[in-house]
Design a protein around this ligand. Sequence first.
Ligand SMILES: Cc1cc2nc3c(=O)[nH]c(=O)nc-3n(C[C@H](O)[C@H](O)[C@H](O)COP(=O)(O)OP(=O)(O)OC[C@H]3O[C@@H](n4cnc5c(N)ncnc54)[C@H](O)[C@@H]3O)c2cc1C
Length: 570
Amino acid sequence: ATMYEYIIVGSGSGGGPLAANLARAGHSVLLLEAGDDQGDNVNMSMILNFNLAGNDPTTRWDFFYEHMTWRTKDGGFYVGTSPPAGAKQLGIYYPRAGTLGGCAMHNAGVSALPQDSDWNYIARITGDDSWKAENMRKHLIKLENAEYAPGSNDHGHSGYLTITQTPVVLANGSDDRTFVQIMADATGAGRVSLDQLVTRDMNANDPNRDTSTGIFGTLRHSDSQGRRTGTNTYIRATVRDPAKYPLTIQLYSLVTKILFSNSSTTPTALGVEYLQGPSLYSADPRYNASAKGKVGQAIASREVIIAGGVFNSPQILKLSGIGPAEELKKFSIPVVVDLPGVGTRMADNYETSIIRLGSRDLHNVGGPYAVMLKSSVANNTRDLYLFCGALSFEGYWPGFPKDYGHSEYECAIVHIGPHSQAGTVLLRSSDPRDMPEINSHFFDKNADTDLTAILDGVKWARNAFDRVPKGLGPWKEVHPCPSPNTNCTDVEQKEFIRLQAYSHHATSTCQIGGDNDKMAVLDSKFRVRGVKNLRVVDGSAFPKVPGAFPVLPTFMLSEKATESILADIK
Ligand SMILES: Cc1cc2nc3c(=O)[nH]c(=O)nc-3n(C[C@H](O)[C@H](O)[C@H](O)COP(=O)(O)OP(=O)(O)OC[C@H]3O[C@@H](n4cnc5c(N)ncnc54)[C@H](O)[C@@H]3O)c2cc1C
């Protein structure tokens, strides 16, 4: 097997930039990625094609949680709570991307900072002040190229992650202007101009940022031509010059386990074993059980870094003997370290939507724009992120989204910081090609408080919608209170939200935590507890889901890990 200084498993927003950064610092890196490179596929490369990207079989990894999506007898899909006879339950569809660049290649690209309190929480539980929000902004400045904020010293301008604001064109008399005006009035924006509102910087370096509410522009990791930036573009730019940057990318390589040396008292990661071949993971819609792949090994002289994402990083650790001993024994996996926290305490945002159909087609409606709110149960900071526009987004199922025609208008509502953090990723078998069993346990704790927050968002949007002038309205509500039943109760609406809530922001299955926390998987420098030369660097490392959207925080986490890893060499 060839030897590299670092082996990184997975090229998402955690692993991808880390591989590029370490190579740019002069270290030899092998980046192993199960998928292939679809960077030139326009579904992926153009950010506003994100719905096509999410459905593209060349990058899709299809995971399912408990309830909601069913396979019908005729081979189709049913989504809902009254499946037809004979349908087989699949669960909530939870898309991921198995491709060079990971989910940052098919996500909607919304790039929002987490709350400062999310960073400060990590500093508090670990005693490592380098995680404090005031110390994390430098990572944003290093990685971003904030095209939307030229000249601002609070933002970076030479990083790999170009961020732009999706324009909302407020032509006089357009329906967009009417909607934004209605929303502005509902937020009490007063005399602030609409153009100012739709370009407000949600990532401003403002001590009051997390308590500010109202309308903001939508930031995305793409350039002004709409081209997606981030993982794939940064990796490609780095590998283009192999003489300068010693980065090797090996695609179609599904890592099956970490190899350890037992020569010292602490197990030490030496390298990895993988299977080489296309579509070897069963979440891939092109998976063929009879194509087994070719076994290979790679050795790391310094470290192995796992960055397989929130479902795969805990699976890889467990398959390698790091996880709850009881579970590993069940599958006859020799225990390297009994770490009970691996694959537990999974966190997520909850998302729902209010969708309405106007009385006529909507004209010139673009967007979306963001509305940040504080619900009646918020603790001081804003806890709802709404994105509103002429769209219909009700969660995921293969083939999403449903098109309700040209009169559709929606506010999708993301709940920041829900209480429940009880999701699990459990092995189904010891076969690395099997998907793990995933259970979100949404609304497991303080459910009514979270449901109240989300319902506040629904009611706020409904109230705003009701202000539209005649001609645009009257509306027909698709949900949560389907017309003509405009009198549905809070209990009915909460039940709808509870059943229908979806998400795509799962984190925290290999959490950073304090030394006294038995469930902590990582220390504050991303090192896996109980072993040497092994770290996890991806969304699974967050102890809580960061803010309303995890991708920008994960890019920042990757910079933080770069700093920690390079510091350990000196
Ligand atoms: C449809 C969708 C829309 C989203 N929209 C947004 C948004 O607008 N804004 C936002 O902030 N967030 C959004 N997210 C979430 C966000 O994109 C993810 O949280 C983030 O990209 C996760 O990064 P990661 O590095 O943790 O993991 P991933 O991006 O999942 O990367 C993991 C990588 O590891 C590879 N891998 C896994 N197992 C193995 C193995 N055994 N061997 C080799 N390689 C392996 C995978 O192929 C993948 O490339 C969205 C997610 C989805 C699915």
